[in-house]
Design a protein. Sequence first.
Length: 596
Amino acid sequence: MRKPEGSQRKATRAAAAATAFLGGMLAMSSAWAALPNCSVAVLTSLSVPNMSFTSATDVPAAGGNPEYCLVGGSLVTRGEGAPNGSALFNLELPANWNGKFLFFGVGGLAGSTLADFAANPVDAGESLIKGYAIAITDTGHEAGNTDASWALTASGSPDYAKIADYYYRATHQVTIAAQALTRKYYRQKISKSYFDGCSNGGRQALVEATTYPDDFDGIIAGDPFMGIRAITGGVHFQKQQLTPQTFIPAAMFPAIDQATIAACDAADGVADGLIQNPLACSFDPKALQCTSGQTSNCLSPGQVATLRQYITATRDRDGEVVYPGETISDLGGTDGIALWSTGFIVPDFTAAEPWGGDGFGGPGLLLAPLGWQFSDHIIQYLVERDPTFNLRSFDVSAKGVIGRAALALFDERTVAGDADQPERLREFIDKDKKLLIYHGFSDPALTAVRSVMFYERLAWEQGGFDRTQRNVRLFLAPGMHHCEGGPGPNFFDTLTPLEDWVEQGQGPEAIIAAHFPGNVAGPTPDRTMPLCKFPEQARFTLDPKTATPAQIDNALNWVCPPRDKSLLLTGADGFAAGIGSPIAPERDRRRDHDRR
C-alpha cells in the first residue's frame, strides 16, 4: 500500500513529532564537529552486539534543543520464537545528558523511525531539552503505518521474523542494545529508563510492562491499542454502516454532538460543553430519528441503528465482550469519527474496497477512513494471510456478533502482539515500577472503554483502587480524541509526573491539561482543567450559576476530590459499550509466553 500524503493522523501531530525528534537538524552544518565521539567509527568501536550504524550526525543546539548526536542504524533481532530479523533505529545522544534513557513508541502498523512517531507530543517537545538519550525503532520493517503487506513474504507465506518484531521482539531488543550503547557512549550507568508511547506506542508500552518488566523504571501508555482484537469492532461497525440506508454522512455529526451535549453535559454539575463521563450518559440515538416531514438534522431508522451500533460492544456467540463499544461524545471534527470510521465522502456501498483501490484515490488523497485501512490490512495479511480477502466476508455480523471460528483464527494469529491481560502486570508491580495510562475519553479510534475495563479488572486483581494506584494510574481526558485533538483539553505533560513518581515517590494526583484554539499550541490556552486519576472526576469549586466562562475555563477553579468514584457511574450508553460485562476468554491466550 502506498503511504498517502498526510497519513500521520493529524497534521499538527506530525509537525510536533518531527520538530521534537529531529530538533535542530535544519540548522545543521557539515562543518559542525563539536562532539568528538559522534561518528560511525567510534560508535562501531563500542561493540554493541548485533548493532550496526549507517549515520552519526552532530546536530548543533537550536530551537531550545541542546547539541546532540543523531545516530541511525539497525539491529539484528534474534530468538524469542522467531527467525532472525532486522530493525532500524534512531538514537539521540545529547551533549547535556541527564543520565536517563527514553524510548518513544511508533503508531499504527509502524514501519518508520520518524514518520510514525507516536508518543505524547508535549513529552517529546521537552525530552531532549531535559537531556534524555532518546531511542525509537521501526519495529522490524519499512512501510506505511496502515500497511501490513510486510507480514507476508513474496511467496505468500508468513514472515515470522517481521511479525514477531512488530508484535514484541524489536522494541525489547532495540531497548537493550540502545541502553548498552548509551552507557558505553557516556561511560556512565543509566540512572532511570522510561518508555513513552500512544496508540500502537501504547501497545508497545504495555507489552514492555507485561512481558519485559525489567526494561523500564516507568512507562507511559496513551490511548493504547492494547489488544489487536480492537480490529473486530471496526469490522462490525463497517458492516452496519455500508448501505445507502444506514450510512451517516460527515455533515450530520455536529448535530449529533449538539444532541448528546444537551442530554449529558450538565450531569457533572457544569454546562460547559464538556461531557466528563460519557459512560454515564443514557442518550438514545432514536431521539434524533426524523419525524414526519423532517428532512434535515435528523436520522433515518437505519442511521439510528448505525449510531447505536457505534456505541455497542462486539460480542462472541456466548454474549461476552470481544471489544467494547465507543463513547457517544464528541464525534465531529476533522479528527473525529469521519477520519476513523465513516470517511468524509459517501463510499461505494457495493465495492469490496468501498473507498476505492486500497483505500486511496488520486495522488496523496486519503479517501478511506483509517479504521477501514487498518482492519482491511490486518485481517488480509496477519489473520487470513490472503491479500485478496474481502473484509466484508469476515464473520462478524452488523449487530456485532463474531463467529467462533473467526474469533479463534483471529486470536491465534494476533495474540502474540497483545498486552490486554492486567494480571500480567504483577511482576512489573512487584518490582515497584510505575505505569501511567491516559486515554482520550472521546477517542474515535480506540475506545477509552477498553482502558477503563482493563483498569477496573486490574484494581480487582490488586485488591482495590488504593493498592492499584501505588503503581498504576489511569487518567481520562474528556473531549480528547485519539492521542490528542478534540474539543477538550488535550495538551498535557506526562513525562514530568512520571519522573516525580519514579524518582521522588510522588504519584500524580492530577495532571493539568490545556486546550488551545484550533488545537495548535500557542502562548495562551483557551481552557485548562485537571485530569483526575481514575475513578475521580473533576469538580468545579465555584457556583456554576454565577461563574463566568473565564472562571469555568480555568483549572484553578477545579479540584479532584480524594476517593471520589464518580467515573464509575454508568448509564445506558456505558452498559451498551460493555461496562459491567465480562471480557470473552481469549483462545490459547497464555501460550504466547511459550514463544520467548
